[in-house]
Design a protein around this ligand. Structure first.
Ligand code: SF4
Length: 72
């Protein structure tokens, strides 16, 4: 099973907290490097929509005038 880095951190934090989501949410170790990511979200990406790489590729190809369907 493929996990994104933040999902792997969320899983790790669950294990660290005895598989209790409540304990992860209420973690008191706020100097832990994983603390900002413990809920499975990257706070640095707040407000950024996930376009997905295929959408980014499509947008870039449209910008430079290439039809990517012709190559697939
Ligand atoms: S933030 Fe650190 S101390 Fe808190 S649950 Fe995650 S790994 Fe454990």
């Amino acid at each position: 099973m493929h996990l994104t880095p933040v999902k792997a951190i969320k899983k790790h934090c669950l294990e660290c907290s005895g598989n209790s989501k409540k304990e992860v949410r209420e973690c008191l170790i706020n100097n832990c490097p994983l603390y900002p990511y413990r809920m499975g979200k990257n706070p640095n990406r707040k407000g950024i929509k996930n376009n997905g790489s295929s959408n980014v590729l499509r947008q870039k190809s449209e910008q430079i005038g290439i039809n990517i369907k012709a190559y697939s």
